[in-house]
Design a protein around this ligand. Structure first.
Ligand code: GMT
Length: 380
C-alpha cells in the first residue's frame, strides 16, 4: 500500500507512535509518505520505503495567523495525486483530521477517492474537549473520518463523553518494539550518574503542566530521605524553570539531572531503576510503556489510560493524581529491596511484551484494507 502519514513531528507521544508505525509499515514493504512541517524526531535519516514531504507556510502580512491547516490540506492533495497514495492516516483530530477532510473533498472533485483513518491520541480530546471553541470541528472531523482509532478504552470513552461523536471507534493500543539489545545498560553512564550506587529514577516528558513535574520533585525529595537516589529528567517545556526553583529550595540540585530533549531516551531508560509518571491526565502513557520495555517499573497516577498499561503491584504501582505521599511510599517500597526491585523489573518487562508491535501492526493493516475496500467501489 501507499500510505500517507500526517502527524506532529515533535517529541510528543503521538509523533513517536506515528513515526514508529510508519517505520514498521515501511519495513513490511509498504511505501510510507510522511507529511509534516518538520522531519519527525524519531524518523532517523535515510530509510527504505520512506518519503518525506514538508509543509511550509509562507509568511504574508495579510495573515495575522498562518493558515497551516489550508497549506496542509493542499499538500495532502498534491501528495495523494502525484504519489498515488491509497490512503491517509492522520494522527490527531485537529488540525490533521479536519485538513484531511478538506483534502478528501478536493480530491473527490477530480474523482479520486481516498479513505482517511484518524487516530486519537489524547490532548486533542481530553484537553481541547473542555474548550467549546473547538468542539464542532473536532466532532465533525471525527465523524467524517472513514475509520477512527483511539489509543486506549479510556480515550474512546472520553471521546464519546466530550464530543458529539457517533462514529465507531476502535481501540488500538500504542505499541513498542521489544528490542532488548538497545537496552543493554551502559555501565560507564550509570557510574557517572550514580557514582555511589544510588538508585536512578527517570522521567521523560514535554514538561507541560498536565505532567505534574512539581509532584516529581516533591516525591523525589521524600524518597531520597530514605533511599540513596538520583533523578534524571529527560525533556523540556513550560515547567522546566519550576524544577530548578524547587531543587534550589530543597537543596537537591546535585541529585537532579536535567538532560534535555534527547532524541533517543533509551540510554537513560537502560540505566534507570524506576520511572515516574504522576500525570494529571494521560490517554495512554507511551513513556511508561517505553520504560517498562526497558525493564523499568513505573510509579504513576491512575488517571485516563494509564491503568490499561501499568498494572498495580505487577509492572509498578499507582496512586490517585496528586497523592505525593503515597507515590513516595510506593517508590521507596520498590527501591529499598533489591530482590523486590528485580522482581518488579522482570514483571514490567513481561507486561511490556503484551504491547509488542507484532500484535498491533496487523490490526492497522486490516483497518486500512477495510477502508480501502469501501472506496474501491467509488474509484471503479
Ligand atoms: O503527553 C503529551 O504531552 C504528548 C501527547 C501527544 O499529543 O503527543 O501524548 C498523547 O499521546 C500519546 C501517544 O498516543 C499518549 O501516550 C499520551 O498519553 C498522550 N498524552 C496525554 O494524554 C496527556
Amino acid at each position: 500500500m501507499k500510505i500517507g502519514i500526517v502527524c506532529y513531528p515533535t517529541f510528543g507521544g503521538s509523533g513517536v507512535v506515528a513515526t514508529e508505525l510508519g517505520k514498521e509499515l515501511a519495513d513490511k514493504g509498504h511505501l510510507v509518505h510522511f507529511i509534516t512541517y518538520n522531519q519527525p524526531v524519531r524518523l532517523g535519516s535515510f530509510r527504505k520505503n520512506i518519503f518525506y514531504h514538508e509543509v511550509n507556510v509562507s509568511e504574508y502580512p495579510l495573515f495575522d495567523y498562518p493558515p497551516y491547516e489550508l497549506v496542509l490540506a493542499s499538500k495532502m492533495v498534491d501528495v495523494v495525486k502525484h504519489e498515488q497514495l491509497d490512503l491517509l492516516h492522520v494522527h490527531y483530530a485537529i488540525p490533521h483530521a479536519s485538513a484531511a477532510y478538506m483534502a478528501k473533498k478536493i480530491l473527490a472533485e477530480e474523482d479520486i477517492h481516498i479513505p482517511v483513518i484518524t487516530t486519537l491520541h489524547g490532548t486533542d480530546i481530553t484537553l481541547l474537549g473542555k474548550d467549546a471553541s473547538f468542539e464542532p470541528v473536532i466532532s465533525f472531523a471525527i465523524n467524517k473520518s472513514d475509520r477512527v482509532t483511539a489509543v486506549s478504552s479510556s480515550l474512546k470513552n472520553d471521546t464519546y463523553k466530550l464530543f458529539g461523536v457517533n462514529k465507531d471507534i476502535e481501540v488500538i493500543p500504542n505499541f513498542i518494539r521489544m528490542d532488548q539489545d538497545s537496552y543493554t545498560p551502559n555501565e560507564e553512564l550509570r557510574q557517572s550518574y550514580a557514582p555511589n550506587g544510588e538508585k536512578i529514577i527517570a522521567h521523560i516528558s514535554n514538561f507541560r503542566p498536565v505532567k505534574r513535574i512539581p509532584d516529581i520533585i516533591e516525591i523525589f525529595n521524600l524518597v531520597r530521605k530514605e533511599v540513596k537516589a538520583k533523578l534524571v529528567l529527560v525533556g523540556d517545556g513550560p515547567d522546566r524553570n519550576k524544577v530548578s526553583q524547587m531543587c534550589r529550595e530543597y537543596g537537591i540540585c546535585d541529585d537532579v539531572m536535567l538532560v534535555g530533549k534527547l532524541k533517543n531516551p533509551t540510554e537513560v531508560l537502560s540505566i534507570a531503576d524506576l520511572f515516574m509518571l504522576p500525570s494529571e491526565q494521560e490517554s495512554f502513557g507511551l513513556a511508561a510503556l517505553e520504560a517498562m520495555a526497558a525493564g523499568v517499573p513505573v510509579v504513576s497516577s491512575n488517571t485516563g489510560g494509564i491503568p490499561e498499561v501499568n498494572r498495580h503491584g505487577v509492572s509498578g504501582m499507582m496512586s490517585n493524581v496528586g497523592d505525593i505521599e503515597e507515590m513516595a511510599k510506593h517508590s521507596i517500597y520498590l527501591l529499598e529491596s533489591e530482590k523486590r526491585l528485580e522482581k518488579f523489573k522482570k514483571q514490567a518487562l513481561e507486561r511490556a511484551k503484551e504491547f509488542d508491535i507484532s500484535k498491533v501492526l496487523s490490526r492497522y493493516e486490516k483497518l486500512y484494507e477495510e477502508a480501502l475496500e469501501e472506496v474501491r467501489v467509488l474509484n471503479q
